[in-house]
Design a protein around this ligand. Sequence first.
Ligand SMILES: Cc1ncc(COP(=O)(O)O)c(C=O)c1O
Length: 358
Amino acid sequence: MARSATASIDLTALRHNLQRVREFAPGRKIIAVVKADGYGHGIIEVARSLNTADLLGVACIEEAIQLRKAGIEIGILLLEGFFDSSELAQIERYDLETVIHHPLQLDQICEHSFKQPPSIWIKLDTGMHRLGFEPTQFKAVYQQLQQSGNTRAIRAMTHLACSDETDNPLTPKQHAAFQAATKAFDIDLSIAASAAIIAWPQTHENWVRPGLMLYGVSPFADQIGANHQLQAAMLFQSKIISIKTIQCGESVGYGASWVAQRESKIGVIAVGYGDGYPRHAPSGTPVLIKGNRVKLAGRVSMDMICVDLTDHPEIQFGDTATLWGAELPVEEIARRCNAIPYQLLCGLTQRVAISYKN
Ligand SMILES: Cc1ncc(COP(=O)(O)O)c(C=O)c1O
């Protein structure tokens, strides 16, 4: 029998979630963010399913080239720009768009000799203080780009630091700074990722940039995708490979951290942190088996977890266990582990076999 940790990706759910983005942000263009292997769902299949978006957003040129080599033809945007001027020839060859956030990138774009220059997105730092030009630099950056003649279109974007907190004053502050910097220019603008698409409609501008919500997951700490009529795209499962009975006072797993308070039936599931199941999931984290939420017992190992099946005589060797999916939200598992759903989705490892259903 092959190793049984699998992820099944529901492509219909992905398309449904893209439609939800259109409902949240009517008339806006959409950059579907598929970086980090499509948030762990498989970048190529995800990109194929979301090919009615206006652009795909990736983190680096390697991801973009992977998509082009798989025959993906729609526009692709390098969200972090290029890391080295040697990438400019590839940006042209693979017909990519790029962000610039740094004076060095600006100079390299202006000095390069293009036959077909790319569209350039100027990234502004309006308060996150990660990547971006200062808003006061916008005019000069725009003018330098325009004078170089090395752009197909010039657009502007910024990224919000706290849009998942629906009353955080930093969001209107960032929004106002972005608008003030760009208002004299007749160009396309983009601010909103998933949280702002849902909670801050005033930031939708011309282009929205959904990532997490496309995969059916809520960007808000206290909600799940279903609260926004999103459908979870990933079903992460494995199987029970052993069941045994232990006596009251005996322990389970490394560190002997879980101790039976009564005679207990312990199931072993073939999944662990070597597959991307979070190492820090505490005892009590739910696992769904035959419609029952059973509880993790003891530490997560590399290849296995144990669950307490004492009250579930109907659960047997070989039964399927859902680690997360539509019926057991990844948001809930992430909260249990003091993690975020992004981290869990991106964390699946290569030995988890991914399959796709339409
Ligand atoms: C620049 C940028 N835009 C959009 C996104 C998508 O964000 P989310 O997954 O929260 O929708 C990301 C993700 O990190 C990003 O870095």
